[in-house]
Write a protein that binds this ligand. Structure first.
Ligand SMILES: NC(=O)c1ccc[n+]([C@@H]2O[C@H](COP(=O)([O-])OP(=O)(O)OC[C@H]3O[C@@H](n4cnc5c(N)ncnc54)[C@H](O)[C@@H]3O)[C@@H](O)[C@H]2O)c1
Length: 361
């Protein structure tokens, strides 16, 4: 019997969730979205026959669903996950986990109480580059990672002006929370250490400047709120003595879009990178996976060859969720890690607002 999944939110990310689940052998039974045009368009595009106006209607009509996949604006992740877990469904939820750490913790607690899986779409962990790198780290070839740099910087990548992305009450914030993938990836490489303190400064220049619009055609909402940051520069120290520099932007005077997790270990350093020729267009990007070592008295750059994956692990990440439910794979991430990540995100914002380091432990 194949795993039966219902999709909640028929927007941009459906183009990865639906084929990703299907490629792993799951059945996408139905999708729910309150906007009739959105659900009709997605139903036609992805060949999903049943549509509903919301999660409650979908759960009532299809009680046999095993799992629900949540790909709505960030504010709705918490209530939808609580409703799905409460109905006994496993949950795959888009990143960021929630608007803040308290909400993520409530989701983690609900999953534990229900005895159901809760996984988040930290798809960059499922990239071929990250899978290969994790193989080297687990084998002991890297040693202890002392320091890492998490960078996702766009030069011109504001996802529309006045829509949900730029409204902090719906999104939770700008690039700090939206582009949290590289911070998650370096923490994953480092073994998710316990954060001790966080220092950061955000900047809002260019957040309402249309010269910095991203290329995805996300419509503007005239009169909509624009109250999120455009860029952030931060530093995290962990109780272990490990440190992370973190940088993210939607709009900043930087060279071009760069997505990069680099680290320095006691035996080797490493880099997982996606470099864009045109901001925001995955098809123009080049991926790199490298290790820096000393071998036989010589400094060596090892360029690790992996299959090209334009989807940036998004299809593989959805597939991992299906295989976890089938008992064939370990989950690529845990709710506890999501809560820890969101504590750091909260602290990045708090440090910037308070103008001083924020103590976490
Ligand atoms: N992992 C990634 O690489 C990646 C990339 C982009 C976006 N995302 C995340 O995916 C999520 C969705 O982003 P998107 O770009 O697809 O957004 P989108 O705006 O394109 O689509 C969101 C859809 O959700 C629907 N919706 C809103 N409230 C709902 C509800 N209560 N129930 C059901 N549907 C509801 C909207 O009508 C809309 O059709 C966000 O959390 C975003 O951060 C992840």
């Amino acid at each position: 019997m194949s795993i039966k999944i219902g999709i909640v939110g028929a927007g941009g990310m459906a183009r990865y969730h639906v084929p990703g689940f299907r490629a792993a052998g799951a059945e996408v039974v139905a999708l729910a979205d309150p906007v009739p045009e959105a659900r009709a368009k997605a139903a036609a595009a992805y060949g999903v026959a049943e549509t509903y106006a919301g999660l409650p209607e979908m759960l009532a009509a299809r009680p046999e669903l095993d799992a629900v996949s949540i790909l709505t604006p960030n504010k709705f992740h918490l209530p939808l996950a609580l409703a799905a877990l409460g109905a006994g469904k496993h949950v795959f939820c888009e990143k960021p986990p929630a608007l803040n750490a308290a909400d993520a913790a409530a989701m983690a607690a609900a999953a534990k109480a229900a005895g159901r899986r809760l996984q988040f779409n930290f798809n960059n962990r499922a990239r071929p580059e990250s899978v290969a790198m994790m193989g080297y780290i687990r084998s002991g070839e890297v040693g202890r990672i002392n320091s890492a740099q998490a960078v996702w910087c766009r030069r011109y990548g504001v996802p529309g002006f006045g829509g949900w992305f730029t409204d902090k009450s719906v999104s939770g914030g700008g690039p700090v929370i939206d582009l949290l993938h590289m911070l998650d990836l370096v923490l994953y490489f480092m073994g998710y250490p316990e954060p001790e303190w966080v220092l950061a400064q955000t900047f809002s220049d260019f957040i309402d400047n249309h010269d910095f619009r991203g290329p995805w055609g996300i419509p503007d909402v005239p009169g909509g709120k624009i109250d999120v940051e455009a860029a952030c520069h931060g530093f995290v120290r962990f109780k272990t003595g490990q440190v992370v520099m973190v940088r993210s932007s939607w709009a900043e005077m930087t060279e071009r879009e760069i997505v990069q997790a680099s680290f320095q270990g006691t035996k080797a350093g490493g880099l997982v990178q996606r470099l864009f020729a045109r901001d925001g267009i995955d098809a123009t990007s080049t991926d790199r996976c490298e290790l820096y070592t000393v071998e036989h008295g010589r400094h060596v750059d090892r360029r690790i060859q992996v299959p090209q994956d334009e989807s940036m692990g998004r299809l593989a990440s959805a597939g991992n969720f299906v295989r976890v439910l089938e008992g064939k794979e370990e989950p690529l991430n845990t709710p506890d890690q999501a809560v820890k990540l969101m504590r750091i995100v909260d602290a990045l914002y708090a440090s910037s607002a308070q103008g001083r380091p924020v103590q976490l432990a």
